[in-house]
Design a protein around this ligand. Sequence first.
Ligand SMILES: [Zn+2]
Length: 151
Amino acid sequence: MSESNVIVSNEPWQKPLPNIDKDNEEFYEGLKKHKFLVWRCKTCGASYWPKAYCINHENEPFAANMEWAESSGRGKIFAFNRHHMAFHPGFKDEIPYVYALIELDEGPLVSSTLVGSTMPKDVYDVGQKVEVVYEDHPAEGFTLPRFRIVD
Ligand SMILES: [Zn+2]
């Protein structure tokens, strides 16, 4: 994935901080390296996000045959919603923004906001192909995933 998929934000972060814990810290470490990791079953290759057990083998949660693996970072819009109200003061400069549920090519659903010049407008935009964009926040030391529509 090319570096054009990276946004560097030097704006002070005014929003709630991401909840990084032991179950997702490797995912956030991956984002800093500009990799979108999914939780994958070594036995059947099924992908999950966030961490889950593999439904194909009735595994224990986080069983030994699961691992983080790099995804394509590509998917399609599963659903979206245009927000005209900020739910947190940190979002008010970005109104309206589009919050989307993305179905990754590997299968899992992830939610994020969309960036870029093309935004979905109506129901016909469900299914539009998207790719991940990594938003680096060097001052705060984390990277967040966004998605943008690709032609
Ligand atoms: Zn499996």
